[in-house]
Design a protein around this ligand. Structure first.
Ligand code: COA
Length: 263
């Protein structure tokens, strides 16, 4: 399914569920420019594949992603930093725009760019040793891969400001309490098993409809309710032209299981 080979990425496929692992374990999976370029290339490659869902995780037990590569950033000019932010932001947009659900499986540190990658996923599950934060201001920086925008939308502007101004790192209990993390697990293995199980259950539903729901929810997050309702209405109507809608409704009437094709 994936033709290119990548230095910092591992990809496995199990029954149409992809598991993408960021693999730079000696640096706690910190994101350098090469890794970000690989992510862009990989996400481009995977975007038209018929997956039921994908899991994003980090190699090892200690870290999901410990942020953008600080050592590399010390060498950057403002122009290079702008390109770096552009590419990192592009990765987050590509994740959001995938037509299938993407779950962040956070195994340990999820700091800076690591939290920003997780925020671009559809939702976040985490192990009990997970630690979250946007500590950029402690380096004289601000989040540059979407954190100033997405964190507010997920946990609310005031909580986001408090976390970003302080650079405070939060543990799993607080991350769950504020709605950043949906579920926690004792081990990475347990977490991956549970997510695979949940994603495989989505295979009973229309992949096309799930993709449209994802797009409408994401687009609506940036709009007024009225503007969002317009998009919902138009996408709802367009589904009446889809194979999956014809099949799903017919199968209900005929009291049989629907055979969806994702179109
Ligand atoms: N960028 C570059 N390298 C990083 C990194 C990052 N964001 N995070 C960790 N590393 C590297 C360390 O430099 C170290 O490399 P070395 O073995 O060559 O010295 C290696 O990963 C292991 O990290 P270390 O700091 O020894 O592990 P630790 O368990 O003591 O601490 C952290 C873990 C995550 C608390 C600590 O590494 C840290 O604070 N990292 C930076 C987090 C951050 O500010 N991220 C936002 C960046 S914008």
């Amino acid at each position: 399914m994936i033709k290119k080979s990548y230095q910092y990425l591992q990809f496995e496929l199990e029954q149409a569920i992809g598991i993408l692992t960021i693999d730079r374990e000696d640096k706690l999976n910190a994101l350098n420019s090469d890794l970000i370029e690989e992510l862009r290339s990989f996400l481009q490659e995977i975007s038209d594949k018929p997956l039921s869902g994908m899991i994003l995780t980090g190699a090892g037990e200690k870290s999901f992603i410990a942020g953008a590569d600080i050592a590399a950033m010390t060498e950057m000019s403002p122009k290079q930093a702008q390109d770096f932010a552009f590419c990192g932001q592009h990765v987050t947009l590509m994740i959001e725009e995938l037509r299938f659900p993407v779950v962040a499986a956070v195994n340990g540190f999820s700091l800076g760019g690591g939290l920003e990658m997780a925020l671009a996923c559809d939702y976040i599950y985490a192990t009990q040793n997970a630690l979250f934060g946007l500590p950029e201001v402690s380096l004289g920086l601000i989040p540059g891969f979407g954190g100033t925008q997405r964190l507010s939308k997920i946990i609310g502007r005031h909580r986001a400001k408090q976390l970003i101004y302080s650079g405070r790192k939060i543990k799993i209990d607080e991350a769950k309490r504020i709605g950043l993390v949906l579920e926690d697990f004792e081990s990475k293995d347990q977490m991956l098993k549970q997510i695979k199980n949940e994603l495989s259950k989505l295979q009973h539903n229309s992949p096309h409809a799930i993709g449209v729901a994802k797009t409408v929810i994401n687009k609506g997050a940036d709009l007024s309710v009225e503007e969002g309702l317009e998009i919902e209405k138009s996408q709802f109507a367009q589904l009446f032209d889809s194979y999956d809608m014809q099949e799903g409704t017919k199968a209900f009437i005929e009291k049989r299981k629907a055979e969806f094709k994702g179109k």
